[in-house]
Design a protein around this ligand. Sequence first.
Ligand code: AMP
Length: 626
Amino acid sequence: MATFSINLKDGSVEQPKPVIVGIDLGTTNSLVAYMKDGRSTCVKGKDGKSTLVPSIVHFAQNEEIIVGDAAKTKLETDPANTIYSVKRLMGKSFKDVREQQDFFGYQILDDDTDSLVKIRVKTRFYTPVELSALILKELKNRIENELGTAVSKAVITVPAYFNDNQRQATRDAGKLAGLDVLRIVNEPTAAALAYGLGNEEGRTETIAVYDLGGGTFDISILRIENGIFEVLSTNGDTFLGGDDFDRVIVDFWLKQLSAPHSSDGFMSSDEWIKNKEFGQQIRLLAEAAKKALSSVEVFEGELNGRKVSLTRATFEGLIEPFVRRTLDCCKNALRDAKLDVGQIDKVVMVGGSTRVPLVKKSVSGFFQKTVFDSLDPDEVVALGAAIQADILAGNQKDLLLLDVTPLSLGIETVGGLMDVIIPRNSKIPTKAGRQYTTSVDGQKNLKISVYQGERDLVEHNRKLGEFILKGIPPMPAGLPKIDIQFILNADGILFVRARELRSNLEQHIEIRPTYGISEEEMALMLLDSIQNAQTDMQSRSLLEARNEANNLLLSGDKFLQQHNEILSESEKATTQALLKALREATKGEDKDAIHRAIEELNEYTAPLAHRALDATIRQAMRGKKV
Ligand code: AMP
């Protein structure tokens, strides 16, 4: 039973020590783990069988969405509506994945090659973020069932080579699933944490993490110094793994079955493959054989009433080229890290395929070391993520807590635009600033309104507070230099300071940005910004065009007044007509029309401005000798 307490100040219900879970969001399988009685533990499904949730989502005819084992059974029967390997698409554009399109049995939308990929399921389109969120929700349900309480905070692991887009996409998926993602952790780092590596104070260790899963291979070289993990290099092959081992067994058996001496007028291997049901049967038997051969020397089975067998020695011969390829990647990773094999202190094994004895033996031989393999290789990353979560929960005191700000912080600028000063997901404590100026001659006061959110217009974001910088000395518009600094401290308190640099005038406020905002609201704000990105971009460019036009109209009027005598009547009339056209255009909604009017005005007045400048210089030089 969970304990709750009520905050008497604002009536909110609080859970004194929230559980922070660790999640391994994998390409083939995903897991969730937490600290149970001081030990990192992976959570099993309701049936109590497995800790693995296949990373597969199925969209049924009746709109039902199924995730995990039940969805896996639909891979063969309903491939178009069954989505797997979505992690391969995270943060990618169609251009990035065009070459690999054949790998996916479902439809990837080819609309605009530079925008992020979408997946078509029936009449709807899903982003990889939404699909990953469905897998994360399944994991969230799993842990909530286990604990009997709501869980809203998580640490999620990603491959060390994931770029910012891919990491951000993973965070967004967490948010959509109702999870506050406290930290994104590299998978090899989590694996090392699971083995308690890097805890010895004052020692620097270099660790190789060899991760061979179902469809991907990664090797990462890490350096751990005083609890800080640094990725020195990564290498691998995104299409190499246990599935290849299964495939070579299938090929081997097909050859056996259709060989002339063993055939009694049987089907050819091509015909075997075309038979879907048989294809599925033989693949499953091949995987069973592979798994069995990790502990026995000979496997014997039956296919359509015919006996098939495989010895470990034959199997090892079949997969040897793949294993060699992984070792080539290890060589490259060492070269990139500028290290010799002898400089690696420890080797950690991750991924289901490292159970294969030949893999273990080869890796151990390559690095000349006994490898770390006592933990379940499928669970090791999730176990480490739960340890990282425990560190963040403050239960492991000797480690530093680094946090991030969940939503962007900024101020309102001309036209109601949001100008972001601290982008979301910035590590805190952090500090950032920018210089602004006035938009009106002689402006004495400047209102600084502070907002939080991802939308381009402040009216759609959350206002945190405002203050007025009063008593700016009178100066023409654009001359005052107003420096605005945002300082977000480790407790999440935002300090905003505005200072006019010519007069040293200063004002500030203190705000707590996350005060009174729930995780759900935050998730909604984020979702809102994703859904409205297009309209936001349009309104932003329209407002920016109008701002530019208004500045030009002001200086245009000034120009006509100041240089009346050097302009001909027709020049004045044309300039006035162009100014009028621009003023009209700013009243409309068409940003291109505003840009066109700006261009026409600029083009016509450029030579006039040159002439005005020459006249001013001549005036200034009059009576002076050079
Ligand atoms: P992962 O992507 O880390 O979940 O790894 C899954 C891969 O590990 C699949 O190709 C499985 O067939 C493989 N695997 C699981 N158990 C064993 C085993 N006992 N021996 C060999 N391979 C295994």
